[in-house]
Design a protein around this ligand. Structure first.
Ligand SMILES: O=C(CO)[C@@H](O)[C@H](O)COP(=O)(O)O
Length: 181
């Protein structure tokens, strides 16, 4: 869940109970990111113990996880995210202003992605906003391994092939990175 909300603290428990497996909040929306990260992890553990009583063991791995994502808006410098990078599962670099789909991709966010990939090679890095066949290469080459794409898929006459293309570009870039290492 990408929570583009002003008080992300209040939705952790309801999301954990509803079965979310990832909770992404905005760095700009909280005064205490460390406490929120801890709370997300603890809520994941609680939903895990409830799940243990209710489900078969093979479902537990999924239900036990409430991963932490940390998002930054275009105006937020990546250095503000860096201190938390070792405590999170995914960093989300917004490439549009949060609000609505169909906006233009901000290429000038790519140095943030590249910097994060260099500093934190195994971190999941997501890019969201204006990503489609024309822009996905830039994201993948900068180091993103997760992308969000709305309009490019929904407005296409062949969504399946767009999804496949986006997926392939990201996985080929990731493969190349691991070979280069
Ligand atoms: O929610 C947001 C922005 O607020 C994004 O998730 C966009 O909605 C993605 O859509 P496109 O930019 O790909 O159309």
């Amino acid at each position: 869940m990408h929570m583009m909300v002003s008080k992300p603290e209040q939705w952790v428990k309801p999301m954990a109970v509803a079965g979310a497996n990832q909770y992404t909040f905005h760095l700009e929306a909280t005064e205490n990111p460390g406490a929120l990260i801890k709370d997300i992890r603890e809520n994941g553990m609680k939903s895990c113990s409830v799940a243990r009583a209710e489900v078969q063991w093979h479902s537990q791995a999924y239900l036990c996880l409430l991963q932490v994502g940390l998002a930054i808006k275009p105006g937020t410098s990546v250095e503000y995210l860096a201190p938390w990078a070792n405590q999170i599962d995914m960093a989300l670099v917004m490439t549009v202003e949060p609000g609505f789909g169909g906006q233009k991709f901000m290429e000038d966010m790519m140095p943030k992605v590249h910097w994060l990939r260099t500093q934190f090679p195994s971190l999941d890095i997501e890019v969201d906003g204006g990503v489609g066949p024309d822009t996905v290469h830039k994201c993948a080459e900068a180091g993103a391994n997760m992308i969000v794409s709305g309009s490019a898929i929904m407005r296409s006459e062949d969504p399946r092939s767009v999804i496949n293309l986006l997926r392939n570009v990201c996985s080929e870039a990731a493969q190349k990175r691991s070979l280069d290492r």
